[in-house]
Every structure is written in structure tokens, then in C-alpha cells.
Write a protein that binds this ligand. Structure first.
Ligand SMILES: Nc1ncnc2c1ncn2[C@@H]1O[C@H](COP(=O)(O)OP(=O)(O)OP(=O)(O)O)[C@@H](O)[C@H]1O
Ligand SMILES: [Mg+2]
Length: 284
């Protein structure tokens, strides 16, 4: 697999066709890539009221990879969807690249998601009737890139995730791990400010998980801001920082030690002394 080099560090050449102020490197440098302030999302009402996310304050600096862990139902997916503008908070604020996004209108929010957020889900959500290359081209085309530029970018990304030889294949002709690598390439198509991944290895076997771990490591090394929700200790071990959630709140926030080594085997992750094992000890 080639090194994945998202163009996150050199964003200045990107044109901004919606004319909205405050994007690009200056905005990113002005504050964290992502910020949540008092972020709250409730579902239902009265006795069926659920506090899925309950007053979360979180800053994710540009270039940080953050793993979000915690037991099933603690609010991880809800938090991620709020951060990416897929859902709206009941209370609180979400800031992306120095711009408040939680009260944007639907169209502005959709445009922002397309251009500034790359999503990777547990199920790849590729378009079944489109080839791998066409799937990766699509976000760029939707964001207004020329067909030629979109094709070029897709070819580059598929090469970087080691799938140049599968560019013309349909998702049904790819393995689960290959599909997820296409999904990651697609998430990077518009050089997003942040990549948000929800259980990206949840459906994968150990070997395919290993490929995704290598990609995440490459993204981290390239300075891509990445938030990944995961139950997998090996995935969390690729992060700079791990937060664990309990009942909609942040229960723990740990910066991982940079000396622990980042080599992944299919077995252990060499996490001795990082405290990560303890953080993940709810898993059984
Ligand atoms: N659309 C909804 N309507 C009502 N309650 C919801 C809805 N979506 C989520 N919830 C509730 O909000 C809480 C948080 O759900 P969420 O999906 O964020 O958890 P999670 O941490 O991602 O869990 P998992 O690890 O199982 O994916 C849960 O109690 C869930 O039942
Ligand atoms: Mg979830």
C-alpha cells in the first residue's frame, strides 16, 4: 500500500465557491478543527426521554486523531453525527474549522458536509451500481469539481489505498476490507477538514482490520484530523488521544504516549503502560 497523503497541510490552493468567509488554513489555525460546547442531544420526551449526549465539551485540535470509546448506547454515534452536522443538537454548539455549524440552514449544512467532512461508517454505504472509482469520484463531482479533476483525484486515492487495480470493480466484486478502503478513499475525496469514522472495522476480519489500521496510521502521520468511534483496542491504539463516554458524557480523556510504538500486528498492540487497556476494560 502506498502512503496516504491527504492534502490537509496545504489547503490554501482550494477554491471556495460558496464564498463563505472563514474557511481554509487561516480559519483552521484560529482554533480547534472541531469544538463541542455543552453539546446535548435528547430523544423522546417525558418518561421516555433519553439523554443520548449530555453536555459534552470537546476540542479536537487540527491534526489530532481522537478515538471515542464506551459501552453500547453511551452516545458515541450520536456525538459523531452531531460533530459532522448529520444531526442537530438539542442544546449546545458545534464548531468546525472555526465556524459555528449547528444553526446553519439545511442547504448550507449539506454543502459543508460535502466539502469539509469525510464520513466512514461501519457498513461502507458505497453505491452498488457504481465502480470503486466512480464511488470515489462522486463527492468531488457533487462539490463542483470537473469530471477530469474528480477522475484524477479518485485514481490518486485508490492508488494510495492500494486498490488501483480494482478501480473498475463494483462493490459486490470487492472484499469487505477492500470496500472499506474504497469508503475511506471516498471520505478523503474533497480533502476534508475532518474525517469522522463510526466503527470502521466493525464488520472486518483481522487481516482487513490491519489494512485499515495502516491507513489510519498514514492519515495520522499526514496530519489528517480524524475522529474514530471504535470498540477495537487496536483501532484506538492508532489515535493520539482516547476519550471514553458513559451515559452521554465524557468519562475519561487520555493522551496516548507517543513512545509506545505504532506497529500493529494482528495480535497485540504493545500498549503496556498507556492505560488504554484499562480504558477499554468495559469490553467483554
Ligand atoms: N433515533 C433515536 N430515537 C431514540 N433514541 C435514540 C435514537 N438514536 C439513539 N437513541 C438512544 O440514544 C442513546 C445513544 O445511542 P448511540 O447510537 O449514540 O449509542 P452508541 O454509543 O453509538 O452505541 P453502539 O456502541 O451500540 O453503537 C441510546 O440509548 C439509544 O437508544
Ligand atoms: Mg454507535
Amino acid at each position: 500500500m502506498k502512503r496516504v497523503v491527504p492534502r490537509v497541510m496545504g489547503r490554501s490552493s482550494r477554491s471556495d465557491t460558496d464564498g463563505s468567509p472563514g474557511w481554509g488554513p487561516a480559519a483552521a489555525a484560529a482554533g480547534p478543527a472541531l469544538r463541542a460546547v455543552g453539546l446535548t442531544r435528547t430523544y423522546g420526551e417525558d418518561e421516555s426521554l433519553v439523554w443520548a449526549v449530555d453536555g459534552v465539551d470537546l476540542d479536537v485540535p487540527a491534526g489530532q486523531t481522537l478515538a471515542v470509546t464506551g459501552p453500547s448506547g453511551c452516545g458515541k454515534s450520536t456525538l459523531l453525527q452531531l460533530l459532522g452536522g448529520l444531526d442537530r443538537p438539542s442544546e449546545g454548539e458545534v464548531w468546525l474549522g472555526g465556524r459555528r455549524i449547528d444553526h446553519l440552514g439545511e442547504r448550507a449544512l449539506a454543502r459543508l458536509r460535502r466539502r469539509s467532512v469525510g464520513f466512514v461508517f461501519q457498513a461502507h454505504h458505497l453505491m452498488h451500481e457504481l465502480s470503486a472509482a466512480q464511488n470515489v469520484e462522486l463527492p468531488a463531482l457533487l462539490a463542483g469539481a470537473s469530471p477530469r479533476a474528480a477522475r484524477h483525484r479518485a485514481a490518486e486515492l485508490l492508488h494510495q489505498v492500494g486498490l488501483a487495480h480494482r478501480a473498475r470493480h463494483l462493490p459486490s466484486e470487492l472484499s469487505g476490507g477492500q470496500r472499506q478502503r474504497v469508503a475511506i478513499a471516498r471520505a478523503l475525496a474533497n480533502d476534508p477538514l475532518v474525517v469522522l469514522a463510526d466503527e470502521p472495522t466493525g464488520n472486518l476480519d483481522s487481516a482487513a482490520t490491519h489494512d485499515i489500521l495502516r491507513l489510519f496510521d498514514e492519515l495520522r502521520a499526514a496530519g489528517q484530523t480524524l475522529v474514530v468511534v471504535t470498540h477495537d483496542e487496536r483501532v484506538a491504539a492508532t489515535a493520539d488521544r482516547v476519550v471514553s463516554m458513559r451515559d452521554g458524557t465524557l468519562a475519561d480523556d487520555t493522551r496516548l504516549d507517543g513512545n509506545r510504538g505504532r506497529r500493529h500486528g494482528h495480535g497485540g498492540t504493545g500498549l503496556g503502560g498507556t492505560g488504554l487497556g484499562a480504558l477499554l476494560s468495559w469490553e467483554d
